[in-house]
Write a protein that binds this ligand. Structure first.
Ligand SMILES: O=C(O)C(=O)C[C@H](O)C(=O)CO
Ligand code: ZN
Length: 281
C-alpha cells in the first residue's frame, strides 16, 4: 500500500490577497514539500482543480492511487497526468506498460488509465517524479516525451540577466492533451530573472517548481495583481501556485531551472497578457 498524503488549497480572491501577510501568502500559495522518499505527496488546488505533487520510490514501488477528494475509483477516471523525472533513471508503469524515464524526460498519461506505478532503477540515485494533473474531458494516448521530442525556445538576453531556454514537453504542438501543459525553463549562468517581462493569463492557472538551485541560494518569487505585487522567498524543490490573475516571475540569487505546469481555458502557450517591468507596482 502506497502512502499518499494530500492537502487541499482553496482559491483566493485577489482583493483578499492584498491583505495577506507573509504567513498567509505562504500558506495559500507555497508548496513547501513536494518530494519525500517512499511517499506520494499531493496538493490539490481549487484553481482549475490542478494537482501538483511528487513521487520518489526508494527500493519499493509507489502507486498513484485515487485520493478521497476525487471520489473516483482510479486517479485518472476523470483526469490526465503529466510526469517529468528530475532525478535518476526510473520507470512509470501505466496499465502494465513500462515507460523508462531518464532525468528530464516526461510522460503524458491519458484519462481512463487505471494503474500508474513509479519505480527507480537504483535506490542510491532514485527517480524524482514530479506530477501535475488536471481534469480531462477526453482520453488521449499515454505518450513519452524524450528530450529529442521537446520543443526549445530561446529567450532573454545576458545583459538583462534573463537569458534562458524554455523547453516544452506537454504542449499541443507535440502531445495531445486536454488542458494540461508542462515544460522546463533553464536559466543560463549569470541570468537570474525568469518570465521577465511578466504576464498574467486569466484563462489559465500555473504552478512553478524550482529546481537546480544550490542549497545556499534562494528564489524571490513575485506574485499577485501586477499593480499590487507580493513576494515569496523559496528554496530548491519548492512549488508555488499562481492564480490566473497573478503574475508569476522570479529572481534567484544565482541561476536555476523550474518546471512549469498549467491548466485552464486554452492550450495556447503564447496567450499571455504581458506587463512592462516599469509598470509593476
Ligand atoms: O521564463 C519564462 O518566460 C517562462 O518559463 C514562462 C512560463 O513558461 C510561463 O509562465 C508560461 O505561461
Ligand atoms: Zn505564465
Amino acid at each position: 500500500m502506497t502512502e499518499i498524503y494530500f492537502e487541499e488549497r482553496y482559491a483566493s480572491n485577489p482583493d483578499d490577497v492584498k491583505r495577506y501577510d507573509t504567513n498567509q501568502l505562504r500558506k495559500h500559495f507555497l508548496v513547501e514539500k513536494v518530494f519525500e522518499a517512499n511517499k506520494i505527496l499531493l496538493t490539490y488546488s481549487m484553481y482549475d482543480r490542478f494537482i501538483v505533487g511528487g513521487a520518489v520510490p526508494v527500493g519499493k514501488l509507489l502507486s498513484l492511487e485515487t485520493i478521497d477528494p476525487l471520489k473516483s475509483k482510479h486517479f485518472c477516471d476523470r483526469r490526465e497526468v503529466g510526469v517529468i523525472n528530475i532525478g535518476g533513471l526510473g520507470t512509470v508503469t501505466v496499465d502494465g506498460k513500462d515507460y523508462e524515464l531518464r532525468s528530464r524526460e516526461g510522460l503524458y498519461i491519458g484519462m481512463g488509465t487505471t494503474s500508474i506505478v513509479f519505480n527507480s532503477k537504483s535506490a542510491e540515485d532514485p527517480a524524482w517524479f514530479y506530477i501535475n494533473s488536471a481534469p480531462a474531458h477526453q482520453s488521449f494516448p499515454t505518450t513519452k516525451i524524450g528530450q529529442e521530442e521537446t520543443i526549445t525556445l530561446d529567450l532573454g538576453k545576458p545583459e538583462d540577466a534573463n537569458e534562458r531556454q524554455i523547453i516544452q514537453y506537454i504542449v499541443a504542438a507535440n502531445v495531445s492533451t486536454c488542458q494540461l501543459q508542462m515544460g522546463i525553463t533553464q536559466l543560463k549562468t549569470g541570468s537570474v530573472w525568469n518570465t521577465m517581462p511578466p504576464h498574467v493569463h486569466n484563462r489559465r492557472m500555473e504552478v512553478y517548481l524550482y529546481i537546480d538551485l544550490a542549497k545556499d541560494q534562494a528564489i524571490g518569487h513575485f506574485m499577485g495583481d501586477p499593480l499590487e505585487t507580493r513576494h515569496i522567498w523559496m528554496a530548491n524543490h519548492q512549488a508555488v501556485i499562481s492564480p490566473p490573475w497573478s503574475i508569476h516571475c522570479a529572481s534567484g540569487t544565482s541561476n536555476y531551472s523550474f518546471v512549469w505546469g498549467m491548466a485552464g481555458e486554452n492550450l495556447d502557450f503564447m496567450d499571455m497578457d504581458k506587463m512592462e517591468c516599469t509598470e509593476l507596482r
